[in-house]
Each structure stands twice: as C-alpha cells, then as structure tokens.
Design a protein around this ligand. Structure first.
Ligand SMILES: C[S@@+](CC[C@H](N)C(=O)[O-])C[C@H]1O[C@@H](n2cnc3c(N)ncnc32)[C@H](O)[C@@H]1O
Length: 245
C-alpha cells in the first residue's frame, strides 16, 4: 500500500493548472510513430494519452495501483501499455526505449542514483530524457515576513515532501549520469488567492500541522494570518531535455 496525500482529481487539476508546461513538454519530446516512449510515474496516464495520440508506443509506469487502474479505465489507445511497477525496477528490456519522460516524480524519489541505474539500462544511446519537477524552494509569498516564508518553504521541501529539495541537485547535475543537456527551462506560475494556492500545495494544512507540533510559534501563526489576508504566490516548474551520451 502506497501512502500518498493526493488523489486522481488532484492530478487532473494540476494537469490543467500546469498546461503551459504540459504543452511545452509534448512539443519538445516530439514523439513520433518510430518512438517507444516510457512515461515514468505516469499517474492516471494523461501524458501517456497525449504521447500515444502522436503515434508513439507508450510504456506507462506507476507504483500506485489505483492510479494505474484509473489510467487503464480511461484509455482506449492500444499503443499504451500500463504497468504497476516501481521506477527502481522497470519491467522493460535493456536498450529498447528511445525516449523517457518524467513529470513531477523525482521530488518523491529518495535514491536518484538507483532510478538512473534503471533509466540508463532501458534507454538507448542517443535516447532522450525529459524531466520536469517542481522547484519548491523557488516558492515565494511576496511578503515582508521573510523568515517565516523561508521556514515554511524549507518545512515543505525537506520534511513534508522530504526529497523535494534534491530536485535542485538533479537539475544541476544530470550530466553526471551520462547526459548532455539540450534544453533547460523554468516556467513561473503565479496565483493571487490562498484557495488556488491551497489546491496546488496545501499550505493551510501544512502550516497547521507544523503549528500543532510546535514547529511554528504563536507569533508565526499571527504572521501567517497576515500573509494569507493578502495572498500572492509564485513557484517555478523546471524542465530539462537531455540526450544520453
Ligand atoms: C505528482 S504525481 C505526477 C503524475 C503524472 N506524471 C502527471 O504529470 O500527472 C507523481 C507520480 O509519481 C508516482 N511515483 C512516485 N514514486 C514512484 C516510484 N518510486 N515508482 C513509480 N511511480 C512513482 C506517484 O504514484 C504519482 O503518480
């Protein structure tokens, strides 16, 4: 049983919120009928469907059984095969895949080296990898309470999503796994309401959890109320396209 804090509705919602990045990713991945594309951490298969609609064969993998069940139910394209499997153990033969796409999955991975052992095993030489992830450490509330802002963001990127901070290292360091970067881009997302922000990152719940355990003080609770009363928020989504050398 996988423990997670979001469901398939959340994945639908973020697919729309991040549509600018989704469109950019598909354009740059440029899947064709000669490609076999792997979508790692495919969720409910929304990217897999878009890639298959371009004519590519798609192997879509997620370790969450209920997401894979939902993805299979919604799919009517025989070019997609869904597998309930972990990134650390791919049900794919070595050197058989031309492109791999991974959207907001590395933030959940503890062991990037082990993931790349598998990715590099299945991806052919000159094959393409595309990684998108949330740079949680880029978040800002445009507030005067900068100590609390930093504290809350660090709490999210190191404790609530314990591996999220490592995404920055990956984006600086992908060459060390045997890749040549061809594109590196950051999309900025800005929102003006706490309701929308909460639908993306559950700030209220996260702050309240921290307050209950004493991580945040009474004084910081007052500051948080002031931040919320005039809430502005932005964060970056990073995307890298790279070639295996
Ligand atoms: C934020 S969701 C993104 C889903 C999808 N890529 C999308 O763009 O809608 C992260 C996904 O990664 C999957 N995931 C996390 N760790 C995984 C692992 N070790 N192996 C396979 N899937 C994993 C989760 O189950 C979830 O579906």
């Amino acid at each position: 049983m996988i423990s997670r804090t979001y469901d398939h509705n959340y994945l639908y919602h973020l697919d729309k919120v991040f549509s600018k990045t989704k469109e950019y990713r598909l354009r740059n991945l440029n899947p064709t009928s000669t490609d076999t594309v792997v979508d790692l951490g495919c969720g409910i298969g929304l990217d897999a469907q878009r890639i298959a609609a371009c004519g590519a064969k798609v192997i879509a993998i997620d370790f969450d059984e209920s997401f894979i069940e939902k993805a299979r139910l919604m799919n009517d394209n025989s070019k997609i095969k869904f597998y309930n499997s972990s990134i650390y153990e791919l049900p794919i033969e070595s050197n058989t895949v031309s492109k791999i796409t991974i959207d907001r999955v590395f933030q959940h991975l503890e062991n990037h080296d082990a993931a790349f052992n598998e990715i590099n095993r299945v991806l052919v030489k000159n094959g393409k990898i595309q990684i998108t992830d949330t740079d949680y450490l880029s978040m800002t509330f445009f507030t005067e309470f900068i100590q609390l802002e930093k504290k809350l963001i660090n709490f999210i990127a190191t404790e609530k999503i314990p591996n999220a901070w490592k995404v920055r290292i990956l984006f600086n360091n992908i060459e060390s796994y045997g890749y040549k970067v061809i594109n590196r881009i950051s999309h900025d997302y800005s929102f003006n309401s706490i309701e929308i922000a909460n639908s993306i990152v559950r700030f209220n719940k996260i702050f309240n959890d921290g307050y209950k355990t004493g991580y945040f003080s009474d004084e910081e609770l007052l500051e948080w109320e002031k931040i919320k009363s005039n809430f502005k928020f932005s964060m970056n989504l990073l995307t890298i396209d790279a070639i295996k050398i």
